[in-house]
Write a protein that binds this ligand. Sequence first.
Ligand SMILES: [Zn+2]
Length: 289
Amino acid sequence: MAGLLSGLAKFGLSDLENAKLFEEEKEEKAVAAEPQKKKEVVFEEKDYLYDKTYDCPVCSRKATAKTVRSAKLRLIKNDWDLRAVYEGIDIHKYDTVVCNSCGYAALTKYFGPMLGSQIKQVRENICEKIKWTPAKGDTYTYEEAMERYKLALVCTIVKRGKSSEKAYICLKAAWVLRGYREELEKANATPETKAKIEELKKEEEEYLQNAMEGFVNAKMTEEYPICGMDQTTLDLLLAELYYHFKDYTMASKIVSAIMITPGINKRIKDKAYDLKEEIVQAMKKEKEA
Ligand SMILES: [Zn+2]
């Protein structure tokens, strides 16, 4: 996972660039309210956004983050790994909170109360070292969004957050990288954009791999709901991830278990059947090759 946290040196956190993602798990409860959503008729990316204020659990000052007004969002599609794509804005760029005073960062969902020991770790390893310059634009660029995710990830490592929290950051960061790539794919294919697309694809795979690893850990050590997902939702996501990484045996095992789970809803059941079919086809192809 060499590149996962690359770029943190820019913020004075070079010694954390190689921090281990899944080490020394610790139980912890941190619950934050979902952002308040308002209604407005808008079309430009900046018009979907407003500044929401949070209380920083580390320095007690106010932290603001650009937040998406969800009322007018129009869903275009859902990807295989649950990424939702909306018209006019990539909402996944806006799911982190960074405290501009002390540098503590987390996913919006997890920017809330922390244990004293966690605060201490963040103060010593992040706040005392970080040189963070807040973005000044009306929107976050993809580069800025990724910097925020990397900061959230390293803060979660430092505070010894749960596997699920780290996995969720990795999953969402992968979505941001995919959005970035798709944006570039729409532009003119210069050698520079082609190279950048390849780089983003690689990075996305690395984040997905770590998300998978983290959710597997979470399944063994945490209780449901995990990141808001019930067991079948998470199992289906894991099956999709195993399938994506061509581990058809594991994917098949999980999806077969989902299919015989009593009482699961039709949408999940249909998805499980579709995936099972894809796995069967892929296994056939693999045998023929
Ligand atoms: Zn703070």
